[in-house]
Design a protein around this ligand. Structure first.
Ligand SMILES: *Cc1c(COP(=O)(O)O)cnc(C)c1O
Length: 370
């Protein structure tokens, strides 16, 4: 099958996650699937201690660090349990007795992270979780600004969700704080450059923007790592994984993720990605704002480049929109189950061409039904 044929076979995928991967990456995987280089077996079938897999693993880490401009003081870990396990593992490591952790609540995923931190805090004398700001009262339609944040002096860390996959909001830049930031970056990680010096730890479930499901990337800075608690369960102690490859990693997922890192580097890195992502989002928000038929749900200053959420005049029209979009090979546009409406996820692997196809469909749909 040629790339052109694959492009026809593959619809325009707007899934929120697991989400689109670059077609080139999948083609490379297909090429190597039965026998990886000189291994004479699939990468799935060989030891995680083998020369071949060790190279894959180390290359993926090194490429990720190059993309972000990280120095030797950063550890890159490829863990299991998804971003959801990180909700618990972060406070377990870094919220000690007598300490407070600040959390910024901007959506379902933030709320889940807060819930887990509270569980940890209850088991530790004098530990507490401070919800420093929340947009829950406004249905999570915006990112609370600095004047709405009640940060704690000397907090162990400030946790935030850089992009809110469900509500279509995103921080324009890192929140100000005097202590290390901890970020759930699952749905915008490597979609744009970040100021790494502000962070102690960043985590991202791979299946949104950087790879397949099954692996969660965790980046932790050495000096922050040193502030963790003692006596943690071995597998939940970040120190275990920072010291060495402790046990079997999700090797196939890491292998695909590594190919996505190479693809990002070949395509100009994070600055180029940010530019592409801004153009894609501008095209779609432009189409939404051009008419009263479509209505964006996020406040304009908080709009996400990654997940664009919008409504139509009625739920009936929304259902019809989703049905007809599928017939046009525009995939997975249905909004999150508890929120409804339409959501188009425009991750790195989603092309401008896909967005243009969506915009033309929207214009056609309005002409027929508006
Ligand atoms: C999808 C998502 C999660 C949950 O990830 P899992 O890997 O399924 O645990 C957490 N945070 C954000 C921002 C997400 O988009």
């Amino acid at each position: 099958m040629s790339s052109a044929e694959a492009a026809i076979l593959r619809g325009h995928n707007f899934s929120a996650g697991p989400a689109a991967l670059p077609t080139e990456v999948l083609e490379e995987v297909r090429e190597e699937l039965l026998s990886y280089r000189d291994a004479k077996a699939s990468i799935m079938e060989i030891s995680h201690r083998s020369r071949q897999y060790t190279e894959v693993h180390e290359n993926a880490k090194a490429a990720m660090k190059r993309l972000l401009g990280l120095g030797d003081d950063w550890h890159v870990l490829f863990l299991q349990g998804g971003a959801s396990l990180q909700f618990h593992q972060v406070p377990l490591n870094f919220l000690g007795p007598g300490q407070t952790a600040d959390y910024l609540d901007t959506g379902n995923w933030s709320a889940k992270a807060i819930k887990e931190a509270e569980i940890v805090a209850r088991g530790r004398d004098g530990a507490s979780v401070n919800v420093a700001a929340s947009s829950k009262g406004a249905d999570y339609t915006y990112i609370p600004g600095p004047d709405e944040r009640q940060l704690t002096e000397g907090a162990a860390y400030v946790h935030f969700t850089s992009n809110n996959t469900i509500f279509g909001t995103e921080y324009a830049s890192e929140p100000e704080a005097d202590v290390p930031l901890v970020c759930d970056a699952s749905s915008d990680f490597l979609g744009r450059p970040i100021d790494a010096s502000r962070y102690g730890l960043i985590y991202a479930g791979a299946q949104k923007n950087i790879g397949p499901s099954g692996v969660c990337a965790v980046l932790v800075r050495e000096d922050f790592l040193q502030t963790r608690q003692d006596g943690l369960p071995t597998l939940l102690d970040y120190g275990t994984h920072a010291a060495k490859l402790f046990h079997t990693p999700p090797s196939f997922a890491v292998y695909v993720l590594g190919k996505v890192m190479d693809w990002l580097e070949r395509n100009g890195g994070l600055a180029a990605m940010a530019e592409r992502n801004e153009q894609k989002a501008a095209a779609l928000y432009g189409a939404i704002d051009a008419t009263d038929f479509y209505r964006g749900t996020a406040r304009e200053d908080s709009r996400s480049l990654m997940n664009v959420t919008f409504r139509l005049p009625t739920e009936e029209l929304e259902a019809q929109f989703i049905r007809e979009s599928e017939a046009h090979d525009l995939l997975a546009l249905k909004g999150y189950r508890t929120v409804g409406g339409v959501r188009a996820s425009l991750y790195n692997a989603v092309s401008q061409e896909a967005v243009d196809a969506l915009v033309s469909f929207m214009q056609e749909f309005e002409r027929a039904n508006g």
